[in-house]
Design a binder for this molecule. Structure first.
Ligand code: FAD
Ligand code: NAP
Length: 525
């Protein structure tokens, strides 16, 4: 029997404790030094060499639980992920999290462990030559979407809708549609008040139309094969006070539609956000400008048939195929507000900016750097757990950033200075190795000059003798001096981002200084 190849898995924000975080990871700071010739690129080369990595000469088998359990040693290690079994022994020495971490799932179902760690790592692509087969006992399959009503002509009957929605989630959202001669308007009733343009992601590709609305920790999905052709562009409007979203599609021909279309995967369902795969769309590279000796500002343009806005504090995954293997890495979009004096303001939300450091010995960033203007990169849906509500009534905002850990701070800074009436003070402490590594230094200094609420301090770990600013690493001394509240009991938020050991040490120091969990937001891998 032919075994279906698992779907591309590339979603999610990694969670879980530190040890779990390491398992399956392809890029954590808790990386174990790999032997010479055991980089990810070496692994990709091995998978292309034609070597039989499963020991089954390309045969795919059905694996029983007993059989899986037997393969539990380093030299013979099988792991099941989402019902598919991989022989990971050949991969052991290439796993950046180390062999022991991988062995935690030896001979067992590692799906939960994998999901808690790096759900977005594209294991199907990385381990495709290690695929042994499928588990004989099928995992529970979610309710088949084909059971839904086949023809859509607006809202489904209430009984059918509630059937597909989970009981613990927010009150059942629903949708409806209506048309004029030239337009089709799809209306999503979220029944929530905190909905905005960031909450909905719309993609139209060929005749497939998909709208994902984020409602708290759930996604409400409308996914339809449209019955008629529409034009590329569409508009999205949110009526916030009633939680209604209107998506206006332009018909290609002015004919009356008898039905909207047929349901596609997960249509009209409300599913936990962590269970939705990440959707990707191809974005075009519009510009690439040097910011420091190794960091560049990349501007990508979304396709006209996509509506996507990355919320503050969230990141996306960029995907490139490198020597035949799909590689996915997270990046945090920035806004261009610090550059606005130099540039025409951007009038629409079609552009996404990224500050990306190119690591000469890295796997992904040199490939990204080699892209030419006009080339395409796949960009995922946003992920992340930063909540704008953390800004409510905020008086003092402290930002601790190291290296490219500055990226989430850009939008946070912009939002705080323009949208929080209660704000008294924003301070950024920016850690870098040398002066040459400081991203947007003059722009930050100009902003501090222009807006008296904002202050910036640079701390260098490897300065030249000419540097007369602060030096060293994150420390109790530096923090206690920096984190002075503007009032005795002012409401404070501290955001911290950088290399994981920097962030972890920073959190410990902040706790020692008696800041509570609610007052600290860390951006971690
Ligand atoms: P890698 O191949 O990961 O290598 C990076 C460096 O580590 C190289 O010098 C390499 O030689 C070394 N290295 C690799 N493996 C090992 C090992 N096993 N042992 C020792 N050294 C090793 N980066 C940005 O520039 N901008 C952003 O906006 C941004 N946002 C992010 C958001 C999130 C949520 C996270 C988790 C990370 C973010 N990053 C960002 C980092 C980014 O995802 C990549 O990790 C980074 O670009 C490096 O990718 P790479 O494949 O080029 O390098
Ligand atoms: P970098 O230049 O290597 O380091 C920046 C500064 O941090 C340097 O002063 C460095 O000191 C210091 N530092 C490094 N490790 C430290 C530690 N263990 N304790 C204290 N200080 C330490 O940084 P980078 O190459 O730009 O890397 C940025 C990191 O941020 C990456 O790991 C990236 O994944 C992460 N990031 C995360 C997110 C997110 O949302 N989670 C977003 C963007 C970036 P030294 O001179 O001693 O090295």
């Amino acid at each position: 029997m032919a075994i279906p190849v698992p779907r591309t898995w590339d979603a999610g924000q990694p969670r879980g404790d530190r040890s779990l975080r390491k398992a399956f990871s392809i890029q954590t700071s808790s990386q174990v030094p790999l032997k010479q010739g055991r980089s990810l690129m070496d692994w990709i080369r091995l998978t292309k060499s034609g070597k039989d990595l499963t020991g089954l000469k390309g045969r795919l088998i059905e694996v029983t639980e007993e059989e899986l359990k037997r393969h539990n040693t380093k030299d013979d290690c099988w792991i099941c992920i989402r019902g598919f079994v991989y022989n990971v022994s050949p991969y052991m020495e290439y796993h950046p999290g180390g062999e022991d971490e991988l062995m935690r799932a030896a001979g067992s179902d590692g799906t939960d462990l994998f999901d808690q760690v790096h759900r977005w790592v594209n294991y199907e692509s990385m381990l495709k030559e290690c695929l042994v087969g499928r588990m004989a006992i099928k995992p529970t399959i979610p309710k088949d979407y084909h059971e839904e009503k086949k023809v859509l002509n607006g809202m489904l009957p209430k009984t059918q809708v509630t059937d597909t929605l989970t009981k613990e989630g927010p009150g059942s959202p629903s949708y409806d549609w209506f048309q004029t001669d030239s337009l089709v308007t799809l209306v999503i009733y979220t029944k929530q008040k905190d909905i905005n343009l960031d909450s909905v992601i719309v993609d139209h590709q060929d005749d497939s139309f998909r709208a994902e609305t984020i409602i708290k920790d759930y996604s409400y999905i409308i996914h339809i094969g449209l019955s008629h052709e529409i034009q590329e562009d569409f508009s999205v409007r949110v009526i916030e006070n009633v939680g209604k979203i209107e998506i206006v599609l332009k018909k290609k021909e002015n004919t009356s539609w008898k039905r909207l279309g047929h349901p596609l995967e997960n249509h009209n369902s409300l599913i936990p956000k962590k269970d939705t795969g990440l959707n990707y769309r191809k974005c075009q590279l519009i510009s690439k400008e040097c910011v420091t000796h190794d960091t560049k500002l990349f501007c990508l343009m979304l396709p006209p048939s996509t509506h996507l806005q990355v919320p503050i504090g969230q990141h996306v995954y960029l995907k490139l195929t490198i020597t035949g293997t799909e590689i996915v890495k997270p990046y945090t979009p920035v806004s261009d507000f610090l550059l606005s004096e130099l540039k025409e303001p951007v009038l629409n939300n079609k552009y996404i900016y990224f500050l990306i450091k190119i690591y000469a010995a890295g796997l992904f960033t040199p490939e990204l750097d080699h892209l030419q203007i006009g080339d395409f990169v796949s960009v995922s849906n946003p992920e992340g757990n930063f909540k704008i509500s953390q800004f409510q009534e905020l008086e003092d905002l402290f930002l601790l950033a190291a290296g490219t850990g500055f990226t989430p701070m850009v939008k946070i800074l912009n939002y705080a200075l323009t949208n929080i009436p209660s704000l008294r003070k924003v301070k950024l402490m920016f850690f870098n190795k040398t002066e040459d590594d400081i991203i947007w230094r003059s722009q930050l200094e100009k902003l501090a000059f222009k807006d008296k609420r904002f202050q910036v301090e640079f701390v260098l770990s490897a300065p030249t003798s000419e540097w007369n600013g602060k030096q060293g690493h994150i420390s109790p001394g530096l923090l206690s001096e920096f984190l002075k509240r503007s009032l005795d009991r002012s409401k404070v938020l501290i955001c911290i981002c950088g290399p994981t050991p920097f962030t972890e040490q920073g959190i410990r120091l902040l706790q020692d200084l008696n800041f509570s969990k609610d007052e600290i937001h860390s951006f971690t891998a």
